[in-house]
Design a protein around this ligand. Structure first.
Ligand code: C2E
Ligand code: CA
Ligand code: CA
Ligand code: CA
Length: 280
């Protein structure tokens, strides 16, 4: 039949075969990466309205021995599908918290905050709260300087569970940020139910803010709504001075993150950047 023909074609399709091999190879390489120290955090500055540094977002990087630098876009999805995101996410959190604790000992850097991406699979683990508390206890950062970034899609079916875990960690000072706001299954009801501290406007709105009236209207509305809910707002993907001006000066967006100031930097480069942008 036609279907059988299609299946056969699929099965012997060399491109598909390659895709599978590629995937399996990447998965086993990612396992090794964790054990062999091939992962690294880069730090992208987040700036205050006055142009001084507020903190950073930690973004994972993979130095693959043959492929070179592999983008998280290529392996976070796979890590989530395979469950590797659990040890990977734990490594990211521990490394980030150790970094925060180290900044706390350097007077010029002691005020910095650090945002860490947390995937759905991680927060939905029954022992997530205990794991985070264990990392905090073993690395000793100021928990008030730690922001966990959650994405909207993970919250839909598990609102009660997630809210409970957020509240438990907030008692210890940990903050929460809603990432990529405005994409996916945005529901305004989340905003009233989740104990958030920050909201991040997605780059897809920011990138058109200086050319499309509708993108500008959406950003303005998000910022004013967030402020009336007592949330701080981070704009991500800010690349031009025109975008910064509209966000900061016109609409009072609290923090700016994007190539306008800096790409994500290795630790030494970030610390140099931070000491050069201490602000008023
Ligand atoms: P994200 O959380 O939305 O992070 C922002 C992404 O936008 C980063 O890509 C960053 O390098 C990029 N970016 C920042 N400013 C600009 C800009 O001005 N212009 C443009 N064009 N891009 C900008 P990156 O580092 O490749 O990370 C991609 C995604 O991978 C992240 O998106 C996040 O969803 C995920 N990711 C990265 N690190 C982790 C991690 O440790 N854990 C988890 N679960 N996900 C991570
Ligand atoms: Ca993020
Ligand atoms: Ca984001
Ligand atoms: Ca984004």
């Amino acid at each position: 039949s036609k279907d059988a023909g299609r299946n056969t074609l699929h099965f012997f399709d060399p491109a598909m075969q390659r895709g599978l091999l590629e995937r399996n190879a990447l998965e086993s390489d990612l396992r090794d990466a964790l054990n062999q120290g091939q992962l690294e955090l880069h730090f992208q500055p987040q700036m205050s309205i006055n142009g001084g540094i507020y903190g950073a977002e930690a973004l994972v990087r993979w130095h693959h021995p043959q492929r070179g630098m592999v983008s998280p876009v290529e392996f976070i999805g796979l890590a989530e599908e395979t469950g590797l995101i659990l040890p990977l996410g734990l490594w990211v959190l521990e490394t980030a918290c150790r970094q925060l604790a180290s900044w706390a000992t350097q007077p010029e850097l002691a005020h910095l905050t650090l945002a860490v991406n947390v995937s759905a699979k991680q927060i939905l683990q029954p022992n997530f709260v205990e794991q985070v508390l264990h990392v905090l206890a073993s690395t000793q950062p100021n928990p008030h300087h730690l922001k966990l970034e959650l994405t909207e899609s993970l919250l839909i079916d598990n609102l009660e569970d997630v809210v409970g875990k957020m509240k438990a960690l907030k008692l210890h000072g940990v903050g929460f940020s809603l990432d990529d706001f405005g994409t996916g299954y945005s529901s305004l009801s989340y905003l009233s139910q989740l104990p958030l501290d920050q909201l991040k406007i997605d780059r897809s709105f920011v990138m058109h803010i200086d050319s499309q009236d509708r993108a500008m209207a959406i950003c303005a509305a998000i910022i004013s709504m967030a402020h009336s809910l007592k949330l701080r707002v981070v704009a991500e993907g800010v690349e031009t001075e025109a975008q910064r001006y509209i966000l900061n000066t016109v609409h009072h967006c609290d923090y700016i993150q994007g190539y306008l100031y800096s790409k994500p930097l290795p630790i030494a480069g970030f610390e140099t950047f931070a000491t050069q942008h201490l602000g008023a």
